[in-house]
Design a protein around this ligand. Structure first.
Ligand SMILES: [Zn+2]
Length: 254
């Protein structure tokens, strides 16, 4: 992969969308850290504030999302208000996502997977998938801060894997960044198990085993590619190999 040239410096490379604050950190945080470590800026856009969550308040979740953005070194984190549990497929919601894509102009977009347990995740997946396409249409007008936006279609879309088991098309080796990515997850303190907390309602993700379960999956995906940790992704279309030796590197020089 080419390194950043001067005129690309600061240009956003990856934009990760999540239906709720913490979706991105839980599913592809280590990959985002790897991208940032390679010198390519990455940002996050949450489609909702997560106000329907069993745990935490919108204010707590806003502070947690900001803390996660800080420890993960995102270029920016945008939180839209498309409505937790009301994330409907509408022209308005689609337009808001297109506006963010055209503003950030990423090369790579990450989205919730098309099959998931939480209905918001499925809806977010469809909305972001379609917005990635529509953002490239010249005739579809969006305006930001009183100015008409230029069309932009990101070159690559990847779906991360959440609760539902899906067979990944690609696995990213995140052995170097997995441990650090847990700091981004733990920034969402209201959502996960804490020692001594016994009065809060129990949810699927605040059980003590939840985070170790996630780690087990990352180990399993890592094992599939001979690495310590891996994060799996689905692709909406076939992966094109542009530079053969980049995708299939030879042995290091002896
Ligand atoms: Zn979610």
């Amino acid at each position: 992969m080419a390194s950043l040239t001067d005129n690309q410096a600061g240009r956003l490379y990856a934009l990760a969308f999540g239906a709720h604050p913490d979706d991105v950190e839980l599913a592809c945080g280590a990959t985002l850290l790897k991208i940032i470590g390679e010198g390519f800026p990455a940002a996050v856009c949450d489609l909702t504030k997560g106000e329907m969550g069993t745990l935490g308040t919108p204010d707590i979740r806003r502070k947690e999302a900001a803390k996660a953005a800080e420890v993960m070194h995102y270029s920016s984190r945008t939180t839209l208000d498309l409505g937790d549990s009301k994330l409907f497929y509408s022209e308005e919601n689609l337009a808001e996502i297109i506006t963010v894509i055209r503003h950030c102009r990423p090369d790579v977009v990450f989205a919730n997977p098309p099959q998931e347990r939480h209905p918001d995740h499925v809806k977010a997946s469809k909305l972001v998938t379609d917005a990635v396409y529509y953002a490239g249409l010249r005739q579809l007008e969006t305006v930001m801060n009183g100015r008409k936006q230029q069309p932009h279609r990101p070159g690559h879309l990847l779906y991360y894997i959440q609760f539902t088991h899906l067979e990944p098309d690609v696995i990213v080796d995140v052995s170097e960044t997995f441990a650090k990515s847990r700091e981004g997850v733990l920034a969402f303190g209201s959502q996960f198990y804490r020692e001594g907390d016994h009065e809060e309602p129990s949810t699927l993700i605040n059980r003590k085993e939840f985070l170790t379960g996630l780690e087990a999956r990352a180990r399993y995906f890592g094992e599939q590619i001979g690495a310590m940790y891996g994060e799996g992704f689905l692709l909406p279309s076939k992966l094109a190999i542009r530079q053969f030796s980049g995708a299939f590197p030879g042995r290091p020089a002896e």
